[in-house]
Design a protein. Structure first.
Length: 206
C-alpha cells in the first residue's frame, strides 16, 4: 500500500471518528501537552484494556500531532487479515500480521517501517488484558528501540471505568482516561531484554 494513500486513509478515519469517540467514551486526556520532534522516530506503547484502544488513543491526539505521526503501523492477529471484509481496510490502516509473512517476521517489518520514519504502535502486554491476569510483557518494543537509531518510546496509559458493551455505550457509562507520558530512550541494553520490557510495562501502567 502506497504511503500517501495510507496517510490519507488515516487522516480521513481520524476526522470521521474523533468527535464520536471522544463523546461516547467521555475521554479525558493530557494530549494537548504532547510535543513531537520531527527528528525522532516513535514507538507508541500502551496497555490494552479493549479492542478499540488504538482508535481511542489516536482520537485524543491533536490533528497536528496525529499528522506528524502518520503513517502509523499496528500489529494485528492474522485471523483478522484472513477475512476479506477486514483485510483491505486493515492494510490501509497500516496493520501488519502477527505472524511471519513473505519470509519476514513482524519485528523485521516494523524495523523497516521505523527506519523509514514511520510510527509503530504496540501493546507490550500482548493480548487484551483480563482483570487480575497479566502475562509476561513482550520485548518487541525494546528490541525495536535498540535496533533503530534515534527511536523513542512513547508510553500511554488507558483506563476505562466500565466494560464496553451495548448498554454502557448507549448510556454513556464509560469514562476513559488516557495519559500520554514523557517519551524516553533507554541508555543501555543488555543481551536479555526482558528486564527492560518489564520496566517499560510498569512505566506504562503506573
Amino acid at each position: 500500500m502506497k504511503r500517501g494513500i495510507r496517510i490519507l486513509v488515516l487522516i480521513i478515519t481520524y476526522i470521521i471518528l474523533v468527535a464520536p469517540l471522544r463523546f461516547i467514551f467521555r475521554i479525558k486526556s493530557n494530549s494537548k501537552y504532547i510535543k513531537i520532534n520531527k527528528n525522532k522516530k516513535y514507538i507508541i506503547v500502551a496497555n490494552h484494556p479493549s479492542k478499540l484502544d488504538p482508535f481511542l488513543v489516536l482520537a485524543v491526539l491533536p490533528l497536528k500531532i496525529f499528522i506528524k505521526l502518520t503513517p502509523i503501523n499496528f500489529v494485528i492477529s492474522e485471523n483478522y487479515l484472513k477475512k476479506w471484509y477486514y483485510k483491505y481496510l486493515l492494510k490501509m490502516w497500516g496493520c501488519i500480521s502477527n505472524i511471519k509473512r513473505d519470509n519476514k517476521k513482524p519485528l523485521a517489518i516494523l524495523k523497516e517501517k521505523l527506519n523509514n520514519n514511520e510510527t509503530v504502535f504496540l501493546f507490550p502486554g500482548g493480548e487484551l488484558e483480563k482483570k487480575g491476569k497479566l502475562g509476561t510483557p513482550k520485548i518487541g518494543a525494546i528490541y525495536l528501540e535498540r535496533e533503530v537509531k534515534n527511536s523513542f518510546l512513547l508510553p500511554i496509559k488507558i483506563e476505562m471505568s466500565n466494560k464496553i458493551n451495548l448498554l454502557n455505550l448507549l448510556k454513556r457509562n464509560i469514562k476513559t482516561k488516557i495519559e500520554i507520558k514523557k517519551e524516553f530512550r533507554n541508555e543501555k541494553f543488555q543481551k536479555n531484554l526482558q528486564p527492560l520490557a518489564d520496566e517499560l510495562y510498569k512505566r506504562i501502567t503506573s
